[in-house]
Design a protein around this ligand. Structure first.
Ligand code: 3Y8
Ligand code: NAP
Length: 251
């Protein structure tokens, strides 16, 4: 059967993969959670919204005759990745993750690495500082216990509810970002500490390079553990896999 791919998207790599799928004349659909008002336009048909857990995703795979699933979600989208492993095993559909290596510190970086968001909040238990908190909207409530800081927040869409700390400035912007503009942004707001997820890739790295240029410390949040699955690291390898991988797990 000709490949019919489902790409679980929401990253720069997913966008590049969808362009390559369309250019190769392959069938595919890109899926978004619906986290932001206007996901970036794609050359492939797209669907938006949850599937209804692993069972809902398995049903979707069968109903749409999906032959391969590519999990190109963000490394912090752990629930989606867990669901993809379970659903593909259930529906007997090959799964590959298109994932990017974590960032590693380079000379000049002043990172404090923490295992998760909760540990990052604990690491902010210190005298008032001016913090760039560029981890998006969904994790903001976790930082309520540290209201003593000024927070520079960068969000894709305006928040429905005000952030849980009094002293903040909200930037509405979507990546990928540039180092020079992030450096200017940090200088303008007199930032003295950056909190970041270890997203990997290029789209979110600007603030890390800008912090290094300005000699600012970074609290770097490690990725959640993900289940074992085939992990690929570039678009062409994914296309080769999709065209040559057996479309059932039997062989
Ligand atoms: C909805 C839809 C593309 C994809 C671009 C990448 C790069 C730019 C940098 C900072 C960090 C952050 C955030 C970020 C980046 C790319 C990529 C990436 C970080 C969009 C998109 C969707 C989302 C969801 C959104 C989260 C948020 C996280 C903002 C699209 C623009 C902070 C992650 O308001 C919300 O609810 C936003 C939620 C999940 C994390 C969070 O917890 O808030 N991404 N981002 C996807 C969906 O509905 O399925 O593609 O336009 C995509 C991108 N955002 O095609 O060019 O590849 O990572 N996204 C982080 O890294 O910490 C911003 O400000 O410095
Ligand atoms: P998550 O916590 O792992 O997923 C929570 C639920 O959201 C999933 O169980 C699923 O709902 C739904 N979902 C997530 N990604 C989806 C997708 N691509 N298509 C359809 N449904 C999806 O995910 P998240 O961290 O909220 O991330 C949501 C989206 O934003 C993902 O596409 C991810 O790539 C993108 N993103 C996330 C981050 C981040 O920091 N988390 C950063 C950049 C981009 P059901 O269980 O109902 O199926």
């Amino acid at each position: 059967m000709a490949p019919n791919l489902l790409v679980l998207g929401g990253t720069t790599e997913a966008t590049a993969l969808c362009r390559a799928i369309a250019n190769a004349g392959l069938r595919g659909t890109i899926s978004f959670a619906g986290r932001v008002v206007r996901p970036v336009r794609h050359p492939l048909p797209q669907r938006v919204g949850g599937f209804g857990g692993a069972a809902g995703l398995a049903d979707y795979l069968r109903a749409h005759n999906i032959t391969h699933v590519v999990d190109a979600t963000h490394p912090f989208a752990a629930q989606m990745s867990r669901n993809a492993v379970a659903a593909c095993a259930d529906a007997q559909v090959p799964l590959a993750a298109l994932t990017r290596a974590p960032w590693a510190p380079v000379p000049g970086d002043g990172w404090t690495t923490v295992p998760d968001i909760t540990a990052a909040v604990v690491a902010l238990d210190r005298a008032p500082a001016r913090v760039m908190l560029a981890i998006g909207r969904m994790n903001l409530p976790a930082f309520a216990p540290q209201p003593q800081h000024f927070y520079l927040l960068r969000l894709v869409d305006p928040p429905q509810t005000p952030p849980p700390f009094p002293d903040h400035h909200i930037m509405i912007d979507r990546g990928p970002f540039r180092t020079d503009s992030d450096r200017a942004l940090m200088a303008d707001h007199k930032i003295d500490l950056v909190v970041s997820k270890n997203a990997g890739g290029t789209g979110a790295y600007a603030k890390i390079a800008a912090a290094r240029d300005l000699g600012l410390p970074v609290i770097m949040i490690d990725r959640p553990a993900l289940p074992r699955r085939l992990e690929l690291h570039d678009v062409q390898t994914v296309l080769d896999w999709a065209v040559h991988a057996p479309t059932d797990l039997g062989v």
